[in-house]
Design a protein around this ligand. Structure first.
Ligand code: RFL
Ligand code: PHB
Length: 372
């Protein structure tokens, strides 16, 4: 079998790339390891930058996002028991939208008529020849392509296939996030990022009826009991949080990770396959979208395609810095002493009181424009 672009991975990056290429008349096949149900139910990101929303509109899939998504014009930083609003839109002219990653994924899957294969296994890529071998419905397949897009996430097979030529830049954090989804009205209309001496907490939401809440925890911690989670949330936010039935619970480790270059031979890496950020800046999904928007616009333009890695990495490192900065400012690190706490609190106080510093946060949080 032959196609122009073989896309490995049907997460947000692979699906959006497939959609963009389809609209440009570029033939492509998407290979996804898991089944459709699993991919659509996987709970992850919730914050879409303006540029991601614009991309959904551009590919004709913004209708449900505009109908069901919640536009937010500010976020709150909470420390020393007090909340301080960062007015994102006033400072930048832009906003964010709360719309679950799995909703984006559903919209993209629904729009795809053919050339999307779930449940593929034993995927092997040959970056030099542009060949992808895989098993689907008990048969071995060989897919030849002009170009392979490695959109298979952090644990995929594409990055390891070019490991020899990559330089890895990495930082693991000595903590994780315990996340819950609960049938509870959000305590706050806007997101709250809370600094507390016992650790970070985040109040987010998915809808007016569903809260999404996170607590800093040990990286390998077993999820706590519901009661323990609610009590700790109350403590860290310094107020009583609306409670309800918890219907999803999980612990995510936190890391910063980048490989350079993001391309070798015919293989182009995009999204989590090439880089990971701690979720504190809400950047993972949005950066994946920025990569594939750039890649889709580069295919067919030799000079742009040759510059893909270099161009993408400029944005990737800006996002890395922002995510690391937010993480460092808001979390409790093991061994932190009172000096460290006071430095963090000073940084937070400066961020909410200086228009320059608040704007720096806001501009990065709503996201830079995509380079196309
Ligand atoms: P994904 O979503 O991991 O998708 C990769 C897909 O590839 C498939 N796959 C393979 N397919 C074929 N062959 C193989 N050998 C394969 N190996 C793997 C997988 O099944 C999967 O379907 O990567 P992608 O597309 O690059 O998207 C990246 C985003 O998912 C990720 O960056 C975000 O979820 C990160 N993230 C957040 N990002 C934001 O922008 N805003 C947020 O608010 C936000 N919050 C979060 C987050 C991630 C979190 N977790 C759980 C890591 C909150 C959390 C808790
Ligand atoms: C979420 O709603 O899942 C969410 C929001 C903001 C973040 C991370 C995750 O920084």
């Amino acid at each position: 079998m032959r196609t122009q672009v073989a896309i490995v991975g049907g997460g947000p990056a692979g699906l959006m790339l497939g959609r963009l290429l389809e609209l440009r008349g570029i033939e492509n096949v998407i290979l996804e390891a898991r089944d459709r149900e699993y991919v659509q139910q996987r709970v992850r990101a919730g914050v879409l930058e303006q540029a991601t929303m614009d991309l959904m509109d551009e590919v004709g899939l913004g209708e449900r996002m505009h109908r069901e998504g919640l536009v937010h014009e500010g976020v709150e930083l909470r420390f020393n028991g007090e909340g301080h609003r960062i007015p994102l839109t006033e400072l930048t002219g832009r906003a964010i939208t709360i719309y679950g990653q799995q909703e984006v994924v559903k919209d993209l899957i629904d729009a795809r008529a053919e050339g999307l294969h779930f449940n593929v296994s034993d995927v092997r890529v040959d970056p030099e020849a542009g060949v992808v071998r895989y098993v689907h419905e008990d048969a071995e397949h060989v897919l030849e392509a002009d170009l392979i897009a490695g959109c298979d996430g952090f644990h995929g097979v594409c990055r390891p296939a070019v490991a020899d030529v990559l330089t890895v830049y990495e930082r693991e954090y000595p903590f994780g996030w315990m996340g819950i989804l609960a049938h509870a009205a959000p305590t706050s209309e806007e997101l709250i990022y809370a600094h507390h001496e016992r650790g970070f907490a985040l109040a987010s939401l998915r809808s007016p009826e569903v809260s999404r809440l996170y607590l800093q925890c040990e990286p390998d911690e077993e999820p706590w009991s519901d009661e323990a989670i609610w009590t700790e949330l109350d403590t860290r936010f310094g107020m009583s949080v609306n409670r309800g039935e918890i219907f999803d619970k999980g612990v995510t480790p936190m890391r910063s990770f980048v490989v350079e270059p993001m391309q070798h031979g015919r293989l182009y890496l995009a999204g989590d396959a090439a880089h990971i950020v701690p979720p504190t800046g809400a950047k993972g999904l949005n950066t994946a979208m920025a990569d594939v928007a750039l890649l889709a616009n580069s295919i067919g333009d030799e000079a742009k395609l040759a510059a893909y890695s270099q161009t993408a990495l400029q944005r990737v490192w800006r996002v890395q810095h922002f995510s690391w900065w937010m993480t460092s400012m808001l979390h409790r690190f093991p061994g932190d002493d009172d000096f460290q706490q006071r430095v963090q609190l000073s940084q937070l106080a400066y961020t909410v009181s200086s228009t320059a510093q608040a704007t720096a946060l806001a501009e990065n949080y709503v996201g830079l424009r995509f380079t196309l």
